[in-house]
Each structure stands twice: as C-alpha cells, then as structure tokens.
Design a protein around this ligand. Structure first.
Ligand SMILES: [Zn+2]
Ligand SMILES: [Zn+2]
Length: 92
C-alpha cells in the first residue's frame, strides 16, 4: 500500500514514516511516527485536504473543499467549482 501523501506540519515537506506497520487482523492503531524530510526532525503530519472536483468533467481542482469560494477562480455560484479548462469554456 502506498503511503498517503502526508506533509509535515513544520515545513510542509514530504515525510518519511517510521514505525510498525499494521498487522493483519489487528484493530489496534499502531504507533507510526513521521520524520520531516526537510528538517529531519520528527514531526506531526497533516493529511492532504480533499480537493473539490470540477462539476463539469469531474477532474480534481486545485482547491481544497474548505477553501473559501471568495479566493477561488472558476467558481460558479450556484453551480460549483470548475477546473481551469471548463472554466475557460464557460467564463468570458
Ligand atoms: Zn520540518
Ligand atoms: Zn472540468
């Protein structure tokens, strides 16, 4: 299983996971720690925010679901988020 795309809280850099992998059949949450690849320190991680998808073609956009609509481009009120391609078709 590939590592999820975690980023370190300290540097927003890639992280390396250290720790014991989950064993089959175990419900216990195992202890995994992460090391920041930039500063080399153990760090907390932030999991990537889920991205909004284009309401036209379904492609993932650059905006996280919690990005305020005021700062987005290609956001159509009443419709939703568009990707740059579909936004270019509709706007202007
Ligand atoms: Zn760091
Ligand atoms: Zn689109």
């Amino acid at each position: 299983m590939p590592d999820p795309d975690y980023r370190s809280k300290c540097c927003n850099a890639e992280v390396r996971s250290d720790g014991v992998p989950d064993f089959m059949g175990s419900d216990e949450i195992c202890t995994i720690s992460f090391s920041c690849l930039k500063c080399g320190n153990a760090c907390d991680v932030v999991s990537p925010a889920e991205k909004d998808r284009c309401v036209v073609c379904g492609k993932e956009t650059e905006y996280a679901k919690d990005t305020h609509v005021d700062v987005r481009k290609n956001y159509i009120e009443g419709a939703g988020q568009l990707c740059p391609d579909c936004g270019a078709d509709i706007c202007c």
